[in-house]
Design a protein around this ligand. Sequence first.
Ligand SMILES: [Zn+2]
Length: 258
Amino acid sequence: MKCHEIRNLALAYLDSELDAKTSQEIQLHLQSCGECAQLFEREEKFNECLSKVLGVGQPTPALWEEIESRLRHQHRSAWLFPRWRAVALGSFVVLILAGWLTGLIGSRFGASSLDLAQAVVKDHREFLQGKITPEFKGALPDEVAKKLGERLDAAAFDKIPSTGRFRSEGARLCHVGGVPVAWTLGRYDDVPVSVIVFKRSELEHFPKTERRLETGEPIVCTRTGHFQFAVRFAGDHVVCAIADTSKQTLEDLVRSVL
Ligand SMILES: [Zn+2]
């Protein structure tokens, strides 16, 4: 594909709407084309910024700066213009009808509308930076088991991907949005992955995710920043994973948790 074709697919790509083959073609192109890579990165940052605004109904200085800079540069990046217009209009209306519109427009920017994805992304970043490391490897040690209490069971730590391409580097007990979870840190091929498991009865703490899963979707996916996120029910547990990889890869990974 040529640069302009790649750029035309930017929004669909960032929203994970493309098939695996096209996504891969784009990934390959971005690895070799600095200019496209930069444009994609900019668009992704803008998306994140916008999602935050829509989430809280308040514009941030960064968003206004971005909108202003887009106004100044629109003749140079024509491919972004229709999007910019939609976004600017959206932002103004949100200011006036914040509460009512947040849900409506927010659904278009699914990237960060999934509360569970938002809750795990920060810890996953810390894992990538080495700030979060595994507490133990293999069987659950007694001293960790003692800390579990009523809200998390030892079985949650056994729920890890069964695919041979996943390698666990260990696990730890964490809290996500106040919910105790079994957090397994590992790699899928060479990509760092976080697998998070908790009791289904705790899902009420993530109402948006709960609503999506209870409509019967077998796996709910979203992108948040660079990361792909996927979540599903596995018996009495909720299993989710996050990694810088394709939607297809992460779906396969989450599906392989028994
Ligand atoms: Zn290019």
